[in-house]
Write a protein that binds this ligand. Structure first.
Ligand code: SF4
Length: 386
């Protein structure tokens, strides 16, 4: 749950949605009695009942790219090379898929869930395309599956996308680091080849030949921030923006391996919000910020979801997959006793460049700025329809 004051009032972001309340409902960081009554009436403070169990499964922990900021790097690349050392290589095979089915059957029964949300994850999941497909097909025999994939897009050719779509894939998230030159300098293959043109060509064909929804994640480094507007307009020229969500994500510094991160200043907030405004103007969809708990790591020990490496080891969150000392169990033995600090949630693993107070102020300013932007947009659309 978050409460943030903005120009239009106080925004409450809770498990059941987002609510804008008058400023008088908020005092010294908390809701007044009147505010709490309003919240109760709206039911925004109550989590929506979940019917689906959330599974993140790594099909290949290896990756064909060598992004210098990757949270799965264990060191920096040698000078002149593009292949930083990574977490150990693991590949999902059929016997392991069978064990994942057994594990998932138990979780569905324990929690009374009757649907599955599956996130195919890596490394690069499409390095094990057969594993992706087999996993979706077999899970689909357990319960209706809605699936998404985090992929770098280099191997997302239309034939592959169609094959996975027929097995239940509904969407894919693909990242860009900037316009071509900057993207190719950061998101290069492990032998140093640029990937921008290949990814764009793949996405154009995927939009033409499938119904998959795309989420374009725009990674933002200090160097890339001034180029954000160019990148968004360039993407809108090549892709159908109406079929894409767009998300702007400041790159984080994991394990002190990457330093070109944002300073978390108010000027940077303004530039990112201007990027979102450009995205909306171009026709991209932008999601409302949410205050709900993450389905994977929001509750401990697999109550609402699980994160599974290709070797069957359980982790709390995608950020710690494959990292020594962050295992919380295995699909054979279930969740095992572990020190409390091992349960890491989204965003907690990164080393912040800014002081915690500056980071919180940055996140709050960005969230409230985006909420105000989306609200203004919704009002404009309502006026236009009237
Ligand atoms: S594409 Fe993703 S998994 Fe691969 S190196 Fe880059 S950030 Fe890491």
């Amino acid at each position: 749950m978050r409460l943030i004051e903005g120009p239009s009032g106080v925004w409450y972001l809770g498990p059941g949605g987002t609510l804008l309340m008058p400023r008088r409902f908020h005092r010294q960081g908390a809701l007044t009695d009147e505010g709490r009554a309003e919240l109760e009436k709206s039911q925004i403070g109550t989590p929506r009942s979940r019917r689906h169990y959330s599974l993140t499964v790594v099909t290949s922990s290896a990756c064909n790219l060598g992004c210098p900021y990757c949270f799965q790097n264990t060191g920096v690349a040698a000078p002149g090379r593009f292949d930083p050392p990574r977490i150990p290589k693991r590949v999902l095979d059929v016997p392991m898929i069978e064990r994942i089915i057994d594990f998932t059957t138990g979780r569905l029964a324990d929690g009374g869930y009757d649907r599955l949300f599956v996130l195919l994850f890596g490394g690069e999941p499409l390095l094990n395309r057969a594993g992706c497909r087999e996993l979706l097909v077999r899970l689909g025999r357990l319960a209706p599956v809605s699936a998404s994939m985090v992929t770098n897009g280099v191997l997302l050719r239309p034939r592959v996308a169609k094959e996975l779509e027929s097995a239940g894939l509904k969407s894919a998230q693909i990242t860009f680091d900037g316009p071509r030159e900057l993207h190719d300098a950061l998101r290069a293959t492990r032998s140093g080849r640029g990937t921008f043109d290949t990814i764009i060509e793949n996405l154009v064909a995927v939009q033409r030949e499938t119904d998959l929804r795309l989420t374009l994640r725009l990674n933002t480094t200090a160097e890339g921030l001034p180029l954000l507007d160019d990148l968004i307009r360039g993407l809108a020229e090549r892709l159908n923006p109406q079929r894409c969500f767009l998300d702007i994500a400041p790159v984080l510094n994991y394990a002190d391996l990457y330093q070109d991160v944002l300073a978390r200043s108010s000027g940077e907030v303004d530039t990112i919000l201007a990027g979102y405004a450009t995205a909306l103007e171009c026709g991209f969809e932008v999601a409302w910020p949410s205050g709900g708990a993450c389905g994977f790591c929001g509750e401990r020990d697999g109550a609402t979801g699980a994160v599974i490496n290709a070797d069957g080891t359980l982790y709390s969150c995608w950020e710690t997959i494959g990292k020594d000392g962050y295992e919380v169990g295995s699909i054979e033995d279930g969740y095992q006793p572990y020190p409390p600090q091992r349960w890491v949630s989204c965003g907690e693993f990164a080393t912040e460049a800014a002081a915690p107070s500056a980071s919180k102020a940055f996140d709050d300013a960005l969230t409230v700025g985006l909420l105000e932007l989306l609200r203004a947009r919704r009002r404009e659309q309502a006026v236009a329809r009237a």
